[in-house]
Ligand binder design. Structure first.
Ligand code: HEM
Ligand code: GTP
Ligand code: MG
Length: 676
């Protein structure tokens, strides 16, 4: 059933009983929808579900509910401006009721799959008329009675008393016969006016049958035997062969819902009838659907026949071609041509609108995809500057202060290039940038493998942390694995250029607590604050080339959690400030392969890891196999111009450690040519 009727029921319940009762009614009826789009189809049982739900919640009798809802119908229709259609449907109340079938048919443009009720009036008198209401649905008797009373009062200021005469069930239809008692002032008024015409004029009005069948080009005259005696000029052009055939073998009667027999049709004279789907049997081959006609039947006493005066219904021009009809087959004097053109025009406009709609939704989808891709790109840039969890907090409107967090147990690594300033004196600015770019790109690849977070680079210094923003109990181990890999990587960077035969780096590590947070609005950075940072930096400054110097805190952390995991060499105590010294250790080697960070050993790891599923990593990060990253593209560019003076470490990057690697001996992390 279309949402219009269901929306009517829902609107009544909300307005009469309030939103909370409506919510209860929905719950009781198991209805999830809250609104019902008027031109959308819903399940047939939904209307009764809501009515019975309302009965269960309020205790009001169902018939009374249906009647009261019916009496709010006219007011409800104003919501969609359908009330304007009702106002012009009939000059009198009986004419209005006679126009209901036509009205619902006309509504097919808005409700293409309409299954409306059928109404027919007979035995009209000064005191009322008999109304036949037929429907494929059951249980709308009181709803209809409410509607009728409401319309009679609203549009005709007439009070109607409804007497139920009979209810039949036939042809899977509910057929309700009611006597409407009301003051039918207009009864006979038109009739008498018309019959008062001077008889002599009527006598002279004789027209030849040619003119008659011209005036009504789609008329069908059939006799009591239902045999077609004659047809209008329009029908003659497309189906001359039906003359002499039985009309109820040639056409199906779609509305009203009655049997297509003389006795039943005869009762329906002056009523609205819709013939359709002409089934033109060529031999035993049934032709496809051919022509739909809408019209009215009149009884012609002189001919002892019924005249069906109709016009073809065309929903689109192709249907017109198929039927073999042309516009000039339609009468010029009535609106049939306009109606056909209007409906095909409307169909064309509708098609254009749908096409435009489809185009719009395609554009919308493309824009959404572009937006999504752009969003991913900005996210990636943002996640390069800030941890993902922090970036998302900021994006959700949290203040920078709200993003601050204290981490009780982190381990920080500083590395620094030995005699960088001296090296730079022999390089051009571009070569300095390239030089750092190559080193840092390779370090960037390493940190991902070891689950540490790159905090920043300061000139030739490179700072990473483990234990923030992703908490882990293996922070010291991850940092030492990362530091040792940095040394291995630096040891490979030999003969990168004639001016720099090799590079050495110092590394320093310390563990402790920090406060981490975002500072700065224009260039927000994720920074670490606290003594731990200061001491880690001191470790680096006091280390020696190609060695990792760790504080006693980090040393003890490893020894407590994983005794013997690393071999250390005790060094002298260093003074980090007046009278404050720290015991230090060099890292010598590690037992077994590095631990692989995972959600199991890194809390909220997935929060701060890159979005693996993103397919445009290569835009920001070194490309996957076969895809060039900007760095290597830039390097190619410079190579072509003969400007590149460094041979970057091969793009195979860092061999990935994994627990199941077959290395069993302790891994010596002292690079080949380091000083000890
Ligand atoms: C412009 C005014 C009207 C509009 C837009 C309208 C539209 C509709 C629609 C969309 C349906 C649902 C059919 C389906 O889902 O297949 C419907 C059914 C119905 N209409 Fe109308 N209608 C109008 C006027 C009236 C009037 C004036 C009456 C009675 C006096 C009426 C009686 C009914 C009834 C009883 C049903 C549902 C029950 C059944 O199918 O028997 N309608 N109508
Ligand atoms: N932006 C910035 N750059 C710095 C900072 N400290 C040092 N640098 C830069 O880093 C370069 C190297 O500094 P150092 O590492 O202290 O000196 P070095 O030449 O590498 O000698 P070493 O003591 O062996 O490291 C300097 O030339 C500066 O350009 C800093 O705090 N901020
Ligand atoms: Mg330096």
């Amino acid at each position: 059933m279309y949402g219009l009727i269901i929306d009517h029921i829902a609107t009544y319940i909300k307005e009469k009983y309030g939103e909370s009762t409506w919510a209860e009614v929905k719950f009781v009826s198991g209805v999830t929808e809250d609104t019902f789009q008027m031109d959308k189809k819903f399940s047939e049982g939904l209307s009764h579900k809501l009515i019975w739900g309302c009965h269960d919640v309020t205790g009001d009798p169902v018939d009374e509910l249906m009647n009261n809802i019916g009496t709010s119908f006219y007011k409800f229709l104003t919501k969609y401006e359908f009330n304007k259609v009702l106002r012009v449907l009939g000059r009198t109340f009986p004419q209005f009721l006679n126009g209901l079938d036509n009205l619902h048919e006309y509504l097919r443009f808005t409700f293409p799959k309409l299954k409306p009720p059928s109404f027919y009036c007979e035995h009209e008198s000064r005191t009322g008329l008999t109304l036949h209401y037929r429907s494929k649905r059951r249980g709308f008797l009181h709803y209809v009675q409410g509607q009728i009373r409401n319309i009679a009062e609203e549009l005709f200021q007439t009070e109607v008393v409804i007497e139920l005469l009979d209810i039949e069930h036939d042809m899977n239809l509910e057929h309700i016969i009611m006597r409407l008692h009301f003051n039918n002032l207009d009864f006979n008024r038109q009739g008498t006016a018309y019959r008062n015409l001077n008889d002599s004029i009527l006598e002279k009005v004789k027209i030849t049958s040619d003119i008659f069948f011209d005036i009504f080009p789609f008329i069908i005259v059939f006799n009591r035997g239902m045999r077609i005696r004659n047809i209008g000029i329009g029908l003659l052009r497309v189906m001359a062969g039906i003359v002499g055939k039985k009309i109820n073998k040639t056409f199906l009667l779609m509305r009203p819902f009655i049997r297509f027999r003389w006795e039943e049709v005869h009762v329906y004279l002056d009523g609205y009838l819709c013939l359709t789907e002409e089934r033109h049997r060529m031999g035993d081959v049934e032709r496809e659907k051919f022509l739909s006609l809408k019209g009215q039947m009149f009884y012609m006493e002189e001919w002892e026949s019924i005249c069906y005066v109709g016009i073809p219904v065309m929903s689109h021009l192709p249907q017109m071609y198929k039927s073999g009809l042309f516009i000039n087959d339609f009468a010029l004097h009535d609106s049939s041509r306009d109606l056909v053109l209007a409906s095909t025009q409307q169909a064309a406009e509708l098609k254009l609108l749908l096409h435009q709609e489809a185009q719009k939704s395609r554009n919308m989808r493309e824009n959404m995809n572009r937006l999504k891709k752009e969003r991913r790109r900005t996210d990636k840039l943002l996640y390069q500057m800030l941890p993902k969890s922090v970036a998302n907090l900021l994006r959700n409107g949290e203040s920078a202060v709200a993003c601050c967090e204290r981490f009780d147990s982190v381990t920080i690594l500083f590395t620094d290039i030995v005699e960088f300033t001296k090296m730079c004196s022999s390089l051009t600015p571009l070569e300095v940038i390239e030089f750092l770019q190559v080193i840092y790109t390779n370090f960037d690849k390493i940190i991902d493998v070891h689950g540490v977070y790159k905090v920043e680079t300061i000139g030739d210094a490179y700072m990473v942390v483990s234990g923030a923003p992703t908490k882990t109990e293996h922070d010291a181990e991850f940092i030492l694995d990362c530091a040792s890999q940095f040394l291995v990587e630096a040891g490979k960077m030999v003969n990168m250029s004639a001016k720099i035969p090799k590079i050495d780096i110092r590394a320093g590590v310390h563990s402790g607590s920090v406060v981490a947070g975002v500072v700065g609005l224009s260039m927000p950075r994720y920074c670490l604050f606290g003594e731990t940072v200061f001491v880690a930096n001191k470790m680096e400054q006091n280390s020696v080339p190609m060695k990792v110097l760790v504080s006693e805190t980090t040393h003890n952390k490893i020894e407590e959690s994983d005794p013997g995991l690393y071999q250390f060499e005790m060094r002298e105590e260093i003074e980090i400030r007046d009278e404050q010294t720290i015991q230090t250790f060099f890292v010598v080697s590690r037992h077994g392969p590095p631990r692989v960070p995972s959600p199991r050993n890194c809390e909220s790891r997935q929060d701060d890891s890159r979005n693996e599923e993103d397919d445009d990593d290569d835009l920001i990060f070194p490309g996957k196999a076969g895809r060039k990253s900007p760095t290597s593209e830039a390097e190619d560019e410079l190579k072509k111009k003969g400007q590149l003076s460094f041979t970057p470490v091969s793009d195979t990057g860092i061999e990935r450690h994994s627990r199941n690697s077959n290395r069993t001996h302790s891994q010596d992390i002292t690079p080949r040519n380091s000083l000890t």
